[in-house]
Design a protein around this ligand. Structure first.
Ligand code: NAD
Ligand code: GLY
Length: 364
């Protein structure tokens, strides 16, 4: 087991990464405020992993409520959030009840938002079971739901007490979901860690073959990157750079997810195409060479990800991007690449260049 720490003063917490961690009840028990917990999961993950987590907790004397939600990005909404509140109330869960998210980023974001708001806040634990959630969404405390007009538009910052990433769960992950997680892994290399990017280039085939050591290393390095960024700028308030850099490709990608309808493209797929757009725009600003853009596309393609955008029309992209949370005082603040391995936030990209980068990336 590898362990990291997210350094946030009195809200600091450990991330444990490794095989066979689901039933390491000792790691969870020490974090419970009382012997009372509610596991939030979905109809796909429950038959695979709910018993492995719940049985040892019950055997250790924890009174458990199990909440099984429908599966899918299209359920990351108010109606599904309310199902969690309904179950918590029906089972008389009190303020000392810990909510445990067992699943991917959708479950983590929903359960985390429920934890942030149920009885004005209850303790929360993340047990991520997708690559994307192990390398990104379970760490850092962003929780929330989608609105038909925009992705992740309603939510709260609510840090977990513990992240338990059992890499054995990745064995059952569909191929497309593994690739989706790899998009966020590649993101860390692109924004802040050239050596890691080179390692990814050398080990992409192993990662796609689910080599256990390679996956554990990718999860560890990604979590270390995210933990450092979050510790330095927890609430994404830095005037430049900071936590916003984690959104490379996301403003373009969110336009794809919202424009096509939630769940049509996976989050990592949309981010991958968005990172190509960001790289091409960085080239237009004179920061990257054409060979750098080709390098980004090549690695994403090797990870099984799309390098072409969804054909929404460049104007529609801009309209949807205008609704993104990354709009500051009416100006679109994008994350771009000064070099491969170094990202910046940038509000001065000419609209004509943004449109051209989108068109270039959507061109068949
Ligand atoms: P997801 O939660 O939809 O999970 C993907 C699919 O895999 C689902 O069908 C799920 O049921 C299934 N699944 C989960 N674990 C499995 C396993 N071990 N074996 C087999 N199937 C399994 O998607 P995701 O990619 O994990 O997360 C995407 C979500 O995360 C998006 O909503 C995105 O906005 C959010 N996100 C949040 C943050 C954050 O900081 N909070 C960061 C990045 C992404
Ligand atoms: N996924 C972006 C963030 O956590 O800030």
């Amino acid at each position: 087991m590898l362990s990291l720490n997210v350094s946030l003063d009195d809200r600091a917490y450990p991330i444990h990464i490794g095989g066979g961690l689901l039933d390491r009840v000792d790691l969870i028990l020490g974090q419970l405020k009382s012997p009372r917990a509610a596991i939030v999961t979905n109809s796909t993950v429950a038959p695979l992993y709910l018993a492995a987590l719940a049985d040892p907790l019950r055997a250790a004397g924890v009174k458990l409520t199990e909440i099984v939600l429908p599966d899918g990005e299209q359920y990351k909404n108010w109606e599904t959030l309310n199902l969690i509140f309904d179950a918590l109330l029906a089972n008389r869960c009190d303020r000392s009840t810990t909510i445990i998210a067992l699943g991917g980023g959708v479950i983590g974001d929903l359960a985390g938002f429920a934890a942030a708001s149920y009885q004005r806040g209850v303790p929360f634990i993340q047990v991520p079971t997708t690559l994307l959630s192990q390398v990104d969404s379970s760490v850092g405390g962003k929780t929330g739901i989608n609105h038909p007009r925009g992705k992740n538009m309603i939510g709260a910052f609510w840090q977990p007490k513990l992240v338990l990433a059992d890499t054995d769960t990745l064995k059952t992950l569909p191929e497309r979901e593994l690739s989706s997680g790899l998009a966020e892994v590649i993101k860390y290399g692109l924004i802040r860690d050239l050596k890691f990017l080179e390692w990814l280039e050398a080990n992409m085939d192993k990662l796609r073959a689910r080599d256990a050591d390679a996956l554990a290393r990718a999860v560890e390095r990604s979590c270390a990157c995210k933990a450092e960024v979050v510790a330095a700028d927890e609430f994404e308030t830095a005037a430049e750079g900071g936590r916003a850099l984690l959104n490379l490709g996301h403003t373009f990608g969110h336009a794809i997810e919202t424009g096509l309808g939630y769940g049509v493209w996976l989050h990592g797929e949309a981010v991958a195409a968005g990172m190509v757009m960001a790289a091409d725009l960085s080239r237009r600003l004179g920061w990257l060479a054409a060979a750098d853009v080709a390098r980004v596309k090549s690695l994403l393609a090797r990870a099984g990800l799309p390098v072409q955008g969804a054909p929404l029309g460049a104007e529609r992209y801009l309209e949807l991007m205008g609704h993104d949370k990354k709009v500051v005082a009416g100006r679109l603040r994008l994350v771009l690449l000064k070099h491969i391995g170094e990202a910046v936030t940038w509000s001065d990209a000419p609209p004509g260049d943004i449109l051209a980068a989108i068109e270039e990336c959507c061109h068949v």
